[in-house]
Design a binder for this molecule. Structure first.
Ligand code: C2E
Ligand code: CA
Ligand code: CA
Length: 762
């Protein structure tokens, strides 16, 4: 404060400079007082013969004033140091000495009146000096101390001692006042210097922020118009700050939507916050900037002055287009199937959840349709995944086209698709939509150079009756789809409560079936196959039986599909094969044993090994074993199954095509693998004996074809003499049915041969 030591830091230096500046501003007052004092003194003392002293003093005053002016000038411009303050202190001292000299030299000329006048002047000069040097205590001390020292010369009479004491204390008070003022001054200035520094730092940071990051600052006035638009914000908009200044913030953000009033929701919420003068953070909204669609994120708080008057908003903004786009891409990946572009399972589930929640409050429910492509696996397996993928893309395109209305379609996975109907109309229209889907998806596809035929099966369920929770509704639709599939595909099945019961039964059966083998619940029956003409037994078909301790006898027509689905058919089939071969080995040559083989079994390369081992174990010759497969081998199993059939043929095993005409009915299958026998299903036998033209034609065609390919035919399920006569007439080679014998235990089958022809058990 005194400037006696060098300033320790820049802040102190700035306070010193402020002290000097303050002193400089009142330099003129000092000069005026000096001039006034000079004139006054000449007026009072000029006539008392003290003119020479007064003249000498006047010269001293002029010299000191000039010197002070020179010192002051030298300082101006250059930086201020403590030395300058000391120099300024010297100025104060000079002034003080000049006026002390005045007191000393004129005191001898005092009369009463002169003393009063002189003291009045001196007190004025002291006050003025104190005022002008108040901010610089060194100069104030320099000025006032000589003045105090001069006082005893002025009040030199013994009776004036009280006056001297009074004047001295007056001067001392001034000095103390100066110190107090100087201290306050210095404090005030150091605070404002600090504040200034702080705000400099803040604006520096803000500038850095605006330059470096993609963010910018913005503020509005109370009328929600932008003010103080930063260059960065203007640049983001592709405009100049002047163009943007004063625009309504909402209008600026709305862009071309301002006219139509069709604002995005986020902008509505932002406008609400502005209106309610509430702070907000991270509102993300679409804007048009530089002719591009961008995403901005804005946060702001209202500003108030000390009186609580609302000043507008101030906040930050940033362009989050990139983040937003990558977030969108991730969301897209998470919600859409990358191959077909359709909504994926999770997305479908979401839509279904929402639709069901919305439907809860109304009368009209919603529906869920599950779609499965028929014969897709065959395409995928024979032509490869690339073709399969292309086919799925086309399927998706058609499905999207069909579900153009409020229906929402997606891909669950693989060749399964689904449709959500959020609101069912009066007449429902599920059947109609399902019909469109089946016919639409079943039309031939052109993929590369291939013309492909796949069908579609649809299962549907309606909420709330088929399931009040999404989980339950999906399960119901799935059961209905299962039913559609088991009916051969290409149809739509709506969920019925009994499907659930059936599924429950299947589940129970599956559970029980797992223990059936170990617990010896299975056995094999044998049904004779005879020559149509002579009636000689040429073989037996092995038919598995399951007797459950509680559920009793369960038909293979019921449990074999369950075993196939639960992948239990492998071990069961192998067991039947071994048992049948062991039994057949006892029968006279060339009586054959026919064993049914599921498509699933042929899917396992180990099956050939199982056949070889069954033959080896029983000692049965391969030519006496006949394996019955159905057309499903060509449809569902992969191409590996055909290879296995070839390998089996290579072993010398006979192959027959079972249930011909009931399933997929394509004569093309006959050219894929050489069969020894074609088995004509009982339904044609029944139909033909009832003179159904269709059945008659089919049997005739199959017999003719088999003859020309060198294959035999077996008519299945012949129960009566009439049926037998008819299949004989039609030219079937072999016959199987209750007429000749029901499936019977091994003992009974063996009993059909003369005992001497039977071999001992292996
Ligand atoms: P499938 O291979 O067509 O077997 C013939 C079915 O017709 C047998 O039914 C048989 O009992 C029945 N049947 C025979 N003659 C007549 C008749 O004159 N009238 C009538 N109404 N039916 C007759 P089953 O034994 O109930 O077998 C049903 C199906 O179960 C079989 O049909 C076959 O597909 C499957 N199956 C049976 N055993 C096995 C097996 O060991 N493995 C596999 N994979 N499937 C088997
Ligand atoms: Ca069979
Ligand atoms: Ca059959």
């Amino acid at each position: 404060m005194m400037g006696l030591v060098a300033a320790p830091d820049e802040a102190t230096e700035r306070v010193l400079a402020a002290q000097l500046r303050s002193a400089d501003t009142v330099a003129l007052l000092r000069l005026a007082m000096n001039v006034f004092g000079l004139i006054f003194l000449w007026q009072v003392f000029g006539h008392h013969g003290s003119a020479p002293r007064l003249a000498l003093w006047s010269a001293a005053l002029a010299a000191s004033t000039t010197l002070c002016a020179i010192l002051g000038r030298r300082r101006r411009g250059s930086e201020v140091t403590a030395a300058d303050l000391r120099m300024h202190g010297l100025t104060g001292l000079l002034h003080g000495l000049v006026w002390a000299f005045c007191m000393m030299s004129l005191s001898s000329h005092h009369g009463e009146a002169q003393l009063v006048a002189h003291w009045t002047l001196i007190s004025c000069i002291m006050v003025c000096g104190a005022i002008s040097f108040a901010a610089t205590p060194l100069a104030a001390t320099g000025f006032l101390l000589p003045c105090i020292a001069g006082l005893p010369f002025m009040f030199d009479e013994p009776g004036q001692l009280p006056l001297l004491a009074l004047a001295t204390s007056y001067a001392l008070s001034l000095l103390v006042g100066c110190f107090i003022y100087a201290r306050t001054f210095a404090r005030q200035h150091s605070t404002s210097v600090e504040l200034e520094e702080k705000s400099e730092v803040v604006s520096l940071l803000l500038r850095e922020y605006e330059h470096g990051a993609s963010d910018w600052l913005w503020q509005t006035d109370p009328a929600r118009r932008l003010n103080g638009v930063s260059p960065r914000l203007a640049e983001m908009l592709g405009r100049t700050p002047i163009e943007v200044e004063g625009m309504l913030l909402v209008q600026l953000l709305a862009g071309s939507a301002w006219e139509s009033g069709l604002f995005p929701t986020a902008l509505h919420s932002l406008a609400d916050h502005l209106k309610r003068r509430e702070s907000f953070s991270n509102i993300v909204l679409p804007v048009e900037a530089k002719g591009e669609a961008r995403w901005w994120e804005l946060s702001a708080s209202p500003r108030y002055d000390e009186q609580g008057t609302f000043l507008g908003f101030r906040g930050v903004g940033s362009d989050v287009t990139e983040q937003r786009e990558s977030a969108d891409r991730i969301a897209q990946l998470a919600r859409f199937d990358p191959l077909t572009g359709l909504p994926n399972r999770a997305h479908l589930r979401d839509v279904l959840d929402k639709a069901m929640a919305a439907a809860r409050g109304r009368a009209a429910g919603c529906a869920f349709l599950m779609i499965d492509l028929d014969r897709f696996k065959a395409v995928n397996d024979t032509l490869g995944h690339q073709i399969g993928d292309k086919l799925l893309t086309q399927v998706a395109r058609r499905l999207r086209h069909i579900c153009s209305g409020s229906e929402f379609c997606g891909r669950i996975g693989g060749d399964e698709f689904a449709v959500v109907i959020p609101t069912l109309g009066e007449n429902r229209g599920i059947g109609k939509l399902a019909g469109h889907i089946i016919s639409g998806l079943s039309a031939p596809y052109q993929v590369d150079e291939h013309t492909l035929y796949v069908g579609a099966s649809v299962g549907s369920a309606v909420s709330p009756q088929d399931g009040s929770e999404p989980e339950a509704l999906i399960r119901s639709a799935d059961l209905a789809l299962y039913r559609a599939k088991s009916e051969g595909g290409g149809v739509h099945c709506a969920y019925e409560p009994q499907l659930h019961a059936q599924a429950e039964e299947r589940r129970k059966l599956e559970l029980a079936l797992r223990d059936a083998l170990e617990q010896d619940q299975l056995h094999v029956l044998f049904q004779p196959v005879v020559e149509a003409e002579g009636g000689t037994i040429v073989g037996f078909e092995a038919l598995v039986r399951w007797t459950h301790p509680e559920m009793g006898a369960i038909s293979p027509a019921k449990f074999v599909p369950v075993a196939e689905e639960a992948r239990l058919i492998g071990p069961i089939g192998e067991w039947v094969l071994r048992t049948a071969c062991l039994e057949a080995a006892r029968w006279p040559d060339p009586v054959r044993i026919a064993v049914n083989v599921s498509a699933e079994q042929l899917g396992h390369p180990s099956f050939v090994g199982a056949v070889v081992s069954a033959l080896a174990q029983s000692g049965l010759e391969a030519r006496r074993l006949e394996l019955e497969v159905t057309e499903s081998v060509f449809v569902n199993a992969d191409s590996g199954a055909l290879k296995i059939l070839d390998q089996l043929r290579g072993l010398g095993v006979q192959l027959s095509l079972d249930d011909f005409g009931t399933g997929y009915s394509s004569l093309g299958y006959l050219s894929r693998t050489r069969f020894d026998t074609i088995k004509i299903d009982r339904s044609f036998v029944v139909g033909a004996s009832n003179n159904k033209a269709e059945s008659l034609a089919i049997i005739r065609a199959v017999v003719t074809l088999a003859d020309s390919l060198g294959m035999a035919t077996t008519a299945e399920g012949v129960e009566t003499e009439v049926e037998l006569a008819m299949v004989r007439r039609l030219g079937c080679h072999k016959v199987q049915g209750y007429y000749f014998g029901r499936p019977m235990p091994a003992k009974d089958a063996a009993g059909l041969f003369p005992p001497d022809q039977l071999r001992a058990r292996a």
